[in-house]
Design a protein around this ligand. Structure first.
Ligand SMILES: Nc1ncnc2c1ncn2[C@@H]1O[C@H](COP(=O)(O)OP(=O)(O)OP(=O)(O)O)[C@@H](O)[C@H]1O
Ligand SMILES: [Mg+2]
Length: 356
């Protein structure tokens, strides 16, 4: 990038930053305006964050603009920070995904997927605030992370595994309280799984997944750790990093094949069958199957072994009868039919009497 272009970009960035600060000060009155400015800001920062500053020094947008206050967790593809944005003094979850150039997945491909999700706007889907790429020089990230770990008093010795040529994609999003996985492990009494409440939560998930499918996307990795609580009874689906775009050929949705595997526990049989080859065949019906398994786990307290057995049986076409409510057995049965075409769509399931 030429010096002039860089200067212009920095100037534009500065102006957007000032505007954003002004609007934010007005007590978040104009949410829509903040969104618009944030998007414009992140578009310029996306370019700025991966270049050196005017003195040729590498700088990281994340290090410059956020103060890390905790590590929310590390998962397959990276880690999630709890961090305060120095500009608006608001706490966010910032997910950092490592793109391993050797894994065959290009950064642009990952970024395309993330951006596909960023356009979504639904009350039960985590809202992305901004996304950017960082390509630090060798060893820079490891040193920066070690300093962060020390600052927050973490006992971790290393945050993630570093490759010399790793590229990092950052996703700044709304900070939630805890995941459905945590809720399930803390609520093991039968009374905690009151059917009406579980149905209400399930409806929120189904409406979010329906919206994802309407937008010609597939989530592909629906599981309790990717479902978060924004407040007591308000769930939000997250982790759209590996969603893929559906290909619709006329009226028929074509099966997509792509590499990369997620956790297999909640996968549909068609998705799981090829997962060990690092390939999976997914359609929107695969998300429906995962939703069926999640509903099963919501309705009955299961040990880990029981869960594995029950889920494997569903994948073999054998429904479970552990549910007290016969309508629950029937409804989950409709979501977990082996033949993909016969499974209920999210739209149809929302019309079912069971959820009314
Ligand atoms: N927006 C958020 N607010 C609060 N916690 C979050 C947020 N996003 C993720 N987390 C938490 O951070 C942790 C790590 O998430 P991450 O997605 O990296 O791994 P995972 O969901 O456990 O597994 P996977 O990599 O298979 O998705 C999880 O415990 C998750 O609940
Ligand atoms: Mg996750």
């Amino acid at each position: 990038m030429s010096a002039d272009a860089l200067r212009n970009l920095e100037e534009e960035n500065k102006l957007l930053r000032e505007s954003l600060a002004r609007v934010t000060k007005e007590k978040r009155k104009g949410d829509a305006e903040i969104d618009r400015l944030s998007n414009a800001l992140s578009a310029t920062q996306l370019q700025l964050s991966s270049v050196a500053d005017s003195q040729g020094q590498y700088f990281s947008k994340f290090a410059k603009e956020f103060t890390v206050s905790g590590i929310l967790g590390t998962g397959g593809g990276g880690c999630v920070f709890e961090a305060e944005n120095k500009l608006d003094e608001w706490k966010y979850a910032v997910k950092r995904i490592i793109v391993d150039p050797k894994a065959g997945k290009t950064k642009m491909k990952t970024l395309r997927e993330v951006r596909a999700m960023a356009k979504l706007d639904h009350p039960h889907i985590i809202r992305y605030n901004s996304t950017w790429i960082e390509e630090p020089p060798e060893e820079w990230q490891e040193k920066a992370d070690n300093t962060t770990l020390q600052k927050i008093g973490s006992r971790k010795r290393q945050l993630v595994n570093y490759e010399s040529d790793s590229v990092f994609i950052y996703i700044q999003m709304q900070l939630c309280n805890f995941s459905l996985t945590e809720w399930l492990s803390r609520n093991k009494e039968k009374e905690s799984r009151e059917l009406g409440r579980m149905k209400k939560w399930f409806k929120q998930m189904a409406s979010a997944v329906d919206y994802i499918h309407e937008n010609k996307l597939i989530h592909r990795d629906l599981k309790p750790c990717n479902i978060l609580f924004a407040s007591k009874d308000h769930l939000k689906i997250c982790d759209m990093g590996i969603v893929i775009e559906q290909q619709v050929d006329g009226e028929v949705e074509k099966t997509m094949t792509r590499t990369g595997s997620g956790t297999e526990e909640y996968m549909s049989p068609e998705q799981r069958a090829l997962a060990s080859f690092n390939i999976s065949h997914v359609t929107s019906a695969s998300d429906v199957f995962s939703l069926g398994l999640i509903l099963a786990e919501l309705c009955v307290v299961m040990t880990y072994d029981e869960k594995v057995r029950i889920f494997d049986n569903y994948r073999r076409g054998k429904p479970s009868f552990v549910f007290e409510n016969a309508n629950t057995v029937e409804f989950i049965g409709k979501l977990t039919v082996l033949e993909k075409r016969d499974r209920l769509t999210c739209k149809k399931m929302l019309d079912e009497m069971y959820l009314s």
